[in-house]
Each structure stands twice: as structure tokens, then as C-alpha cells.
Design a protein around this ligand. Structure first.
Ligand SMILES: Nc1ccn([C@@H]2O[C@H](COP(=O)(O)OP(=O)(O)OP(=O)(O)O)[C@@H](O)[C@H]2O)c(=O)n1
Ligand SMILES: [Ca+2]
Length: 497
């Protein structure tokens, strides 16, 4: 028998008594840790929900948001759980048949009923916010816009949710809540990180919102929104340009080209080979252009494309006033804008258009972006239709114009340069939630973002369990060692030679 084996057999640590103590010790540790895990476990998740209808100028969309009922103040806790696109046009298009506006929401409301557990229906707030389409209708015919609101409110009151009202949100709210959404989803607010600006392009208006260090709000108070969120103060610059959504700008450029009431318009913003008969009354039927209607005007005109980016940009420039400015600096139309700062997220139609044109990668130099739009505009209409057979021809025909407008608005309107153009990210979603004003609107109305930072729990659950486990093991080792002196054979450990 070797000296080593002899040593092992005589090892007092392998006696029945130490084995029993070890087993009891292990059971005690497991029991302690289990108690710790169960005791401090987060409660089973109870979800709460909120619904916002975005009644835009071109369409209405329904968004359902969900969050765990506990710890609502944690950043980024509220997420989009479902969305539904309402079939048909925006509610402002139902001015002459308002009941149909209410009717159009039914399919999405039924979807919402299925998505939210029925026991939560009653407590789920439901909001409808209308943007530029209804702002324009309200300017044009306030009785008609009241009629539309009455009809949609009636339809929403019959839903099982807690309907909180339908209203026009101001351009300032639209811009500010878009900014809140982007920064909330990016977890920037609670951590007090540098914020991301928000660029929203709709059909009838466009918004720009960002924080600029050299802007205190005093130069143009109407463009300033102040927030205190999670203990941080924000002085946000925001502006909404009514009529500068891409559908209204298209009308304005066409209005500019039809001032003399011609029978044919050769439009550089449309492809060569594109031709359509357009009605003067329909074209001028919005407050953005109505005062420019040629008098007398023929019934219709022949809209014919020539596909030339540079010429198109020349036409688009006409909708901007770059000269009047009573402030230290302006974007356009005499609107104050501080110097651009930080990263920007550009969503809604910015994304649709730039995604279609394969231009969402902003590391592409601005000159190359312009070249690509030039090539796209110069492609004949027949070839475009063949290339994209599955895309609606109405959308397809307008991407040359839209791409040109976006680049002109960003560079000549807002003053983005080739240096800071890469700071823009064209985005649709952030962490599975759509970028847009709706989430910020709901967070605000449900008081979900506190002004002050919430008290942090002393330890997260995992930390608590780890500490209990370590203490249990230490205690166990301590007991074993404290038993050694009263264990006679333990005190005589063999010497290893
Ligand atoms: N796949 C899509 C979907 C929409 N659009 C266009 O994008 C614009 C609408 O953008 P959106 O953000 O949905 O505008 P609204 O919210 O309806 O308008 P607003 O915010 O001005 O009220 C419209 O011109 C529409 O034709 C597009 O080019 N491609
Ligand atoms: Ca919109």
C-alpha cells in the first residue's frame, strides 16, 4: 500500500459524521437560497394597456401599448404590442360623409378588442389624436371638422375601452411627442444621455425637434417646449410646418407650375413617359394652395413628366422662402431655428421614401445621394412600372418628387450639410415600436414619465440572491471549521511528507 493511499483512508474528513454535516449543510444552503429566490421574486406580471389612434392626413393607424402594472417608471418599459392600419383615407377625407369616418375605424377596433385581454378592456384608455389633415379641414370648414369628430367619437364611445376623447393635436405637441417617443424608446431620458432629434414627415405637415445647447428658448418662445423628465431638464426646440407634408408640397409645386392655367404641364419631378389628366378643382381644394388657383382655370390639365432631378429641385425650391428672417438664424419661411445639434431620427414618410430609393444608409455621401435620385428620376416611367410591378402606381409615380423634396428640405430648408447629413438615421421602428408621436402622447397623458428620477431599489433580484448564497456558503464553512476542535479525530490530521 502506498503512503498516499494510506493517508486517504485515514483522512478524518471522510468520516460519517463529517459527511452528515456536509449533507445537512448543503440542504441548508439550498433551502436558504430557495427561500431567497422565492421571497424576493418579482410578482407575476399584470399588464396594463393604452390605445392611441393616429388620425393622419393620409391614413389612420391604431397603436396598442402595453406595460407591466408594477414599476411603470422604469425607462423603456412601455412597448407597442400591436398596430392596425385603417383601410381607406384619413378621417379629414370624410368631411362630406362623416359617419363613414367612424365606420372606417371598426375593423381596427375589433382587432384591438381581441388583442387586449377582456378583463382589461374597461380600464384601458383610448385616445384619438388628429394631425395636419384635420388642422387643414378645421381652417377650411370648421363645421365639417366638428362633424367628423362627432362621428368618430360616437363610434369610439361604443367600444369597450375607456374613451378619453378625440381632438386635433397642435403641431408643437406633434413635434415634441415624436421627440419624447424616440428618446424614450432609446432609453436616453432616464440615463440623461445626449438626446436624439426627431424629424417627422407626414402627408400634410412636417416636424423638426431637437435640443440645442446654444438655445434657451428666449429668441422664439413659440418654438420652445420645456420638460423635466427623470430629474433632467430639457429645453426642446420644435417646429411644425403646416402644408409641408409631402402631399401638400406636391400640390404646391403643381400650383406653382399651373399659375397661368395651362392645358399641359411638363413636370420635371415625374418620369418621362408619365402622363395623367388632372382636375384643377381637385388640385386646388386645400388651404395650402387654394388662394393660388388660376382664375379662370380650365377644368383639367395634362400632367406630363420630364424626369429631371435638377429641374425638379428648382421647382421645389419655389415653395420655400429663404430670404425673410427676423431672427439670428432661420430655417425657412421666416421660422427661427437654432444650429443643428446631435443625432437625428427621421421617420414616417422620410423612411418610406428613402427606404424605397435604397438611401437609408446615410454614410452614402450627399453628392452620391443626389446622383442616385437623378438616375431614378431619369428612368422612364414604363421601365419603373416594369421594375416595381407590386407597388401602387400612385406611390411609384411620386418617389422622384418625394426624394427631391426630402433632400431639398433637409439641406436647404433645415441646413443639413454633407458633414452632418450622416447624423441622420432614417428609421421606421425602435425596438419593435413605431417611431411617431403616439407613444409620447400616451406617456404624457397617463403620467408615465415622472419629473424626478424614481428611487432605485437597493439591489436587483439577482444581486439579492447572490448575496444570500455567498453568506450561506460562508456560514457553512464557518460551522465546519468551528466543529473541528470538538471532533477528536479531526484534530489529528496526518502530515503529508
Ligand atoms: N408605404 C408608403 C406609405 C405611405 N407613403 C406616403 O407617405 C405619406 C404619408 O406619410 P404619413 O406619415 O403616414 O402621413 P400622415 O400621418 O397621414 O400625415 P400627417 O402626419 O401630415 O397628418 C403619404 O404621402 C403617403 O403617400 C409612402 O410613400 N409609402
Ligand atoms: Ca403623421
Amino acid at each position: 500500500m502506498s503512503a498516499q493511499r494510506e493517508m486517504k483512508e485515514k483522512n478524518p474528513w471522510h468520516t460519517p459524521a463529517t459527511i452528515i454535516i456536509t449533507v445537512i449543510g448543503v440542504i441548508a444552503i439550498v433551502a436558504l437560497v430557495t427561500v431567497a429566490v422565492l421571497q424576493n421574486k418579482p410578482l407575476p406580471k399584470k399588464y396594463k394597456y393604452g390605445i392611441v389612434l393616429d388620425a393622419g392626413s393620409s391614413h389612420t393607424a391604431l397603436y396598442i401599448y402595453g406595460w407591466p402594472a408594477e414599476k411603470v417608471n422604469d425607462t423603456g418599459r412601455v412597448v407597442q404590442v400591436h398596430s392596425c392600419k385603417v383601410k381607406g383615407p384619413g378621417i379629414s377625407s370624410y368631411a362630406s360623409a362623416p359617419l363613414n369616418a367612424g365606420e372606417s375605424l371598426k375593423v381596427c377596433m375589433l382587432e384591438a378588442k381581441d388583442q387586449v385581454p377582456s378583463k382589461r378592456h374597461q380600464e384601458t384608455p383610448l385616445y384619438l389624436g388628429a394631425t395636419a389633415g384635420m388642422r387643414l379641414l378645421n381652417i377650411e370648414n370648421s363645421t365639417a371638422s366638428d362633424g367628423v369628430f362627432q362621428a368618430v367619437s360616437q363610434a369610439l364611445q361604443t367600444s369597450p375601452f375607456s374613451f378619453q376623447g378625440a381632438r386635433i393635436i397642435s403641431g408643437q405637441e406633434e413635434g415634441a411627442f415624436g421627440w419624447v417617443t424616440v428618446n424614450y424608446l432609446d432609453d436616453r431620458l432616464k440615463q440623461g444621455l445626449e438626446t436624439t432629434g426627431a424629424l417627422d414627415l407626414g402627408g400634410a405637415s412636417t416636424q423638426i425637434s431637437f435640443v440645442s445647447d446654444n438655445y434657451d428658448g428666449s429668441e422664439s418662445p413659440k418654438n420652445s417646449v420645456t420638460f423635466r423628465l427623470y430629474g433632467n431638464d430639457y429645453n426642446l426646440y420644435t417646429h411644425s410646418f403646416l402644408c409641408y407634408g409631402k402631399d401638400q408640397v406636391l400640390r404646391m409645386t403643381l400650383a406653382h407650375q399651373t399659375q397661368s392655367g395651362p392645358a399641359t404641364v411638363l413636370d420635371p419631378c415625374f418620369h418621362r413617359g408619365y402622363t395623367a389628366i388632372k382636375n384643377y378643382t381637385v388640385l386646388y381644394d386645400t388651404p395650402c394652395v387654394s388662394d393660388r388657383k388660376p382664375q379662370p382655370a380650365p377644368a383639367s390639365f395634362n400632367h406630363t413628366g420630364t424626369g429631371d432631378f435638377q429641374e425638379c429641385q428648382r421647382v421645389v425650391r419655389n415653395v420655400f422662402n429663404f430670404t425673410d428672417c427676423k431672427y439670428s438664424r432661420c430655417s425657412f419661411n421666416g421660422v427661427f431655428q437654432p444650429s443643428l445639434q446631435g443625432p437625428f431620427g427621421a421617420f414616417s414618410a422620410y423612411y418610406f421614401v428613402m427606404n424605397f430609393l435604397n438611401l437609408t444608409d446615410t454614410s452614402t455621401p450627399l453628392e452620391d445621394v443626389k446622383k442616385k435620385i437623378t438616375n431614378y428620376c431619369a428612368t422612364p416611367w414604363e421601365q419603373i412600372k416594369e421594375q416595381y410591378p407590386h407597388i401602387k402606381q400612385k406611390y411609384l409615380a411620386e418617389y422622384c418628387f418625394s426624394g427631391t423634396y426630402i433632400i431639398t428640405l433637409l439641406t436647404e430648408g433645415y441646413n443639413f450639410t454633407s458633414e452632418n447629413y450622416p447624423n441622420i438615421k432614417f428609421i421606421k421602428k425602435i425596438k419593435d415600436s413605431d417611431a411617431g408621436w403616439t407613444l409620447g402622447y400616451m406617456l404624457n397623458l397617463t403620467n408615465m414619465i415622472p419629473a424626478e428620477a424614481p428611487d432605485k431599489p437597493p439591489l436587483p433580484h439577482g444581486g439579492y440572491v447572490s448575496i444570500v448564497t455567498i453568506i450561506a456558503i460562508l456560514l457553512f464553512v464557518l460551522i465546519i471549521f468551528s466543529l473541528r476542535p470538538i471532533w477528536p479525530r479531526c484534530s489529528k490530521r496526518p502530515q503529508i511528507i
